[in-house]
Structures are given as C-alpha cells and as structure tokens.
Write a protein that binds this ligand. Structure first.
Ligand code: FES
Length: 99
C-alpha cells in the first residue's frame, strides 16, 4: 500500500539559481501520463534536449531521489510509483543543475 493516498505535490528546484522553479500542490491526473520533459515544457521550463525526447541524446537529465533520470523517459506517474513506501512519499522533488 502507498504511504500517500492523495495526488503528489511537485517541486522543481534550480541549482544554479538556488530557487524553486515550480511548485504544484497537486498534479492533475491527465498531466501524470505525459513525459516529464513535455510536462515541464508546457510550463515554460526548458530542459536541455537534442533528440526531441527519443531517449538518445542523454541531455535531459534531472535529479530525482539522488539519481539522474532522463526527463523524456519518465512520467509523473512513474515517479509517483517510485516514491511508494518511502518517507515523504507525497512529494516529488526534481532538481535541475543549470536552472
Ligand atoms: S531528450 Fe534526448 S535523451 Fe531525453
């Protein structure tokens, strides 16, 4: 069973700016199915990409749970599932080095 029964919260933190770039209290269901790269682009958050999300260029790295992930190969749904069973499991925190 998930430790969190409510829609997750999302925080995108920029390392270069030392600022919170995006903070959403709840993620809409329809937004959980698209790639993280597309989701962030829809909110004018530019993540490096040279292959249009095909998973080839390896430029769309963001940090999640102390690991680098490819934003084009993940959805918020998959990140939510990765949080299951962990502390603070209702919060997805992403960090981007150059933002
Ligand atoms: S956009 Fe190229 S690997 Fe993600």
């Amino acid at each position: 069973m998930s430790a969190c029964d409510q829609p997750p919260e999302l925080i995108v933190y920029g390392c270069a700016s030392h600022k919170t770039i995006l903070h959403m209290q709840q993620i809409r269901h329809e937004d959980k199915k698209i790639s993280l790269l597309a989701f962030l682009a829809q909110r004018s958050i530019k993540i490096a990409s040279a292959c249009n999300g095909k998973g080839l260029c390896q430029k769309c790295n963001v940090w999640f749970n102390s690991k680098k992930i490819l934003a084009c190969q993940q959805t918020l749904d998959s990140l939510s599932e990765a949080l299951n069973g962990q502390n603070d499991s209702c919060r997805i925190v992403l960090t981007v080095d150059y933002l």
